[in-house]
Design a binder for this molecule. Structure first.
Ligand code: ADP
Length: 269
């Protein structure tokens, strides 16, 4: 993509407002789209040096989001290069699930609908053969009418090709599935499901459930909560690249970990 007069004209369309936050790849700011009157969030992404080619993370995010149109997935409304940076315009979202979890006034009915919207958005991704790979409360954005949408597709990938190998360095540690922590390079949509289950527990506990301080400690915390898997439960475990043996501990009853959760909630978990 090259910068043209055209892209400058596109940029003139947006009235820049305050900075909203700093992402891994650049600043996100608020703007008014003068064409539609809507408020948008513009993510500025450094394009990288010419010889390195364009920033693949950004291109991947654009390509995937263009194919993922769903009420529970953030809408990419525009993308243009300007001053050596790629600008992605998204619908503006008021808050995110992390902020909601920290707010003491959340009700059980909200927990249900937020989690339902999370699952709907994720199911849509998986139907389109996309793994999100960074599911966590601050990537679940909440709009003015309380609608929840999956955001931040910078780590997302298409899956489903047999033998396709991926990096296991995905997800924030507290949301990482045990197969990833053991170094698996071939994995499925189950890694996203693990992460959303961690989000579900967080809605009840009002704090992250499994707060490991290292990958080894993360696995220790997972096994202490759900029991150490045996080789009959998970025969391939011992062949994973970073497998280490853990002392066997049995799983405590689930309701003892989440006394506030209903029987149905525990069943879903
Ligand atoms: P990161 O790389 O840290 O995940 P993000 O790209 O998710 O960064 O965005 C960084 C920050 O910008 C977010 O924490 C949030 O505060 C804000 N932000 C991102 N997208 C939107 C949006 N659509 N509406 C409002 N704020 C947003």
């Amino acid at each position: 993509m090259t910068e043209t007069d055209e892209s400058k004209r596109v940029a003139d369309r947006y009235l820049k407002r305050e900075v909203l936050g700093e992402g891994t790849y650049g600043v996100v700011y608020k703007a008014i789209d003068t064409k539609t009157g809507q408020t948008v969030a513009i993510k500025k992404i450094r394009l990288g040096k010419q010889k390195e080619g364009v920033n693949f993370t950004a291109l991947r995010e654009i390509k995937l989001l263009k194919e993922l149109k769903d009420p529970n997935i953030i809408e990419l409304t525009d993308a243009f290069p300007l001053k050596g940076k790629l600008h992605l315009a998204f619908e503006f979202m008021e808050t995110d699930l992390e902020a909601v979890i920290r707010d003491r006034n959340i009700f059980l009915s909200h927990i249900k609908s937020y989690f339902q919207m999370t699952l709907k958005g994720l199911a849509f991704c998986h139907r389109k053969w996309v793994l999100h790979r960074d599911m966590k409360p601050n990537n679940l954005l909440i709009g003015p009418n309380g609608q929840l949408k999956l955001a931040d597709f910078g780590l997302a990938r298409v899956f489903g090709s047999p033998d396709r190998r991926f990096t296991h360095q995905v997800f924030a540690r507290w949301y990482r599935a045990p197969e990833l922590l053991f170094g698996a390079k071939q994995y499925t949509s189950a890694v996203d499901v693990w992460a959303v289950a961690c989000v579900f527990t967080e809605l009840f506990l009002r704090r992250p459930f499994l707060q490991g301080t290292s990958d080894i400690d993360q696995l220790g915390k997972i096994f202490a909560a759900f029991g150490t898997p045996t080789s009959s439960q998970w025969p391939d475990m011992i062949y994973l690249p970073d497998y280490v043996e853990y002392q066997y501990v049995p799983a405590p009853p689930l309701h003892s970990l989440f006394p506030m959760a209903s029987g149905d909630a525990l069943d879903l978990l």
